[in-house]
Structures are given as C-alpha cells and as structure tokens.
Design a protein around this ligand. Sequence first.
Ligand code: ZN
Length: 433
Amino acid sequence: MSTSPVSTFWCERAWLNGRTLPNVQVRSVDGVITSVLSDVPPGDAQRLAGVVFPGFANVHSHAFHRALRGRTHADGGTFWTWRDAMYRLSARLDPDSYYRLARLVYAEMVLAGFTCVGEFHYLHHAPGGTRYADPNAMGTALIEAARDAGIRITLLDTCYLAGGLDSTGYLPLSEPQLRFSDGDFDGWLTRVADLSDQPHARIGKALHSVRAVPELWAVPGIVHIHLSEQPAENEACQAFHGCSPTELLARNGLLGPSVTAVHATHVSEVDIRLLGSAGVTACFCPTTEADLADGIGPARELADAGSPIALGTDQHAVVDALVEARALEHGERLRTGSRGRFTPTELVDCLTRHSALGWDAGRIAVGAPADLVAVRTDSPRTAGSLPDQLVLSATASDVDTVVVGGRVVVRDGRHEMGSVGAALSDVIEELWR
Ligand SMILES: [Zn+2]
C-alpha cells in the first residue's frame, strides 16, 4: 500500500463531527489530512460524490472463511458443524494460496468501504503443525495481501493452545487444530516477536478464546479475544472454572481499554458491568452471528455500561460495512421491540472504531489518515434518503470511491486491481477442487 504525496478532494457532503456538511475540501500530504474546509467551491480538486465518511474499520476478520460463503447451507447444521467445514478448508491453505485468497478478500472489503482490517490470525503452521521455513510465513502472506489490496491491517496474531474445554478440563488439539498452535505460551510470544509494524500494518495479539487458551496471561498492547459466542463455552467455563468467561478474564487481570471482546453474545449483567467498567471494546459481528445462529448480544447494554462498540465481518458471509451497522441496530430492534437503539451517528462511530485496532483514525480531521469513503446518494437504494441517515439505507453497492492514505483505491465502484469477483471465484473454486 502506498500513500499519495499531495491530494486534494472536494466532497459534495462530508461526515464531520457526527453530521454531514456540504462542499468540503480535504487536503492530504503523505497520506495524512492537513486541512479540512467547508463551504468551498470544487475548483480542480478530485470530486467525491454523495456523502464522504471516514474509512470504516473491519475489527474482526478471518480472511479464509470467505471461501465458505454460500457453501454451508445445504444441510442446516450448527455452529460446530460449520466449524468442521472451516477446518476442512483450512487444511488446503498454504502461504501462497492464502496470499492469493486474502488479497481478494481484502479487495472486497475496500470495495465495501473498509480501509482497515483486524485479522484474527490463527492459521500459523503447515498441516500437522510443522513449521514453515519462515514460521511467520502465513502472517506475512496476510500483511502482503493487505498491502496489495490497498487496505491497512492489524495482524492480531492469535494464541491457540488447546482443543477445547469441558467439565474435566482442557482437551488436546485435534488434527486440524495442530496448525494453530505454537506449543505453549512462550513459543507463541517468541514467534510473534519476529513480526514488525510496517507503514500499512500493525502487529497486535489475540487469545483465541477461554476454550483454546488454558492459562490466561495479561499481554501488553492491543489484545482481542472471542468471548461467549456460544452458550456451550459459558457452560464449559462454568463447569471447569466455576465462573463465566468474562469473570475468568477479570480474575486474570485481562480486562482493560486495549482489549476487545469479540461477540459478547451470551453475557450476564455481571459480565456487562465488568466489561463496561474496564472500557473493553465489544466487537459485534451481526451478520455472522445471524448466519451461525449465535444469538443477539446486548449491544446497547454494553455501550451504556461503558464498552465502545465495534463491528466486524468475521466469517464474511457478508462483507458490507453499512449492512453490518444496520444489522446491529436491527438486532436491537428485534431483541427489544423498540427502534432507535443506536442513532445513525452512533452507528457511524461503531463503523469507525479504528482505536480497537491500534490506529488513530476514523475521522475526517487534520492529523488523521486520509482514508475516505464516498457513498452515493442517487442510487435506487439511497435516493431520497437524508444524508445524515444514509447509514440506514446504503449498502456496499453504493460505495463509489475509497481513498486510503490519500490514494484512490476504488473509483466508480471498481477496485484498481480489476474484477475482484471473477478473480475470487477462480481462487475459491481452486481451493475446493
Ligand atoms: Zn472470529
């Protein structure tokens, strides 16, 4: 990913401080915004149609799950049978094929307006757990894929040590899970220490879940963890540890503002207070949680308790930032029987929670990265919508232009790399052959 030395954009309308203003000029130097002026004529600046938002953050991604889209619905099944299909897929990936798949998945994300992705990465080693010549070959493939797709990435390198949890304790890794493990906590930390930040990439950490990490240590910096996605996790944790997964994290000193809990679907009132009072970000993945029949988590209660809410497309059954935000609000409406649980402004805040990925981004302001998403207001979907409510009518199909680091990556709804759909189709067909 490269940045543009000097760029000047003129926005029909831009999202500034929680509302839209007309005729906004945004200048950037070396990918960073240096001035924002409203009520100015377009001049010879690059015109951005519709409403221009700050780039969206996809806070939870497993890139390879994209190859499962539209292939898991024939026989119903459960979260756990879906996971078996995911394990079969993971066995087919190596650094080369993962690069080719992830580059296109990330391109699909940019087409949807995401300018940064948090990749929750646990597919570390070769089948059987054999190390590649470079033990970080898979993570490096993801970082390169992001660069070539024009998206920022936080690689959340994931600790995964156990095969599961039941009332008797931690289970050994199953065959497909051997690829995910570094053997022990120190082995994981040592491998991750060899990864370093790049202009478009940050290195963060993740603990897969209380199911997969037997001993929880507080880790400095950005840390993500899957939390209470399924009732079975809560039951196993209660049976073995005598507490909820959230309480287990609290006991181990793992709750704090640099921590993101992914899903937080089945959390109690006590859990909500623990997460909120510690300022833990809650990353909801509403289209995934619907697809996997996980349930609808208490987003509003978490937000009211003090947890910033972020959004992720997780297993990529849907990659559509605007639909993800709407699904958060729709879940709340279905769960509670009332509308307006999150205002349009709050939904945009959820879409721009780059802080959960360690980036100081997500606003159109001097000093922020020049990451911009222009959403059309004249499509069949958006025509007639009030600009300030566009987040409740637009879809990824209405994303017209995406600028990352001052450079146009998507123009007229097309990614600079060409037909992403056709190329994705080829790569996914090849993986399943
Ligand atoms: Zn996940």
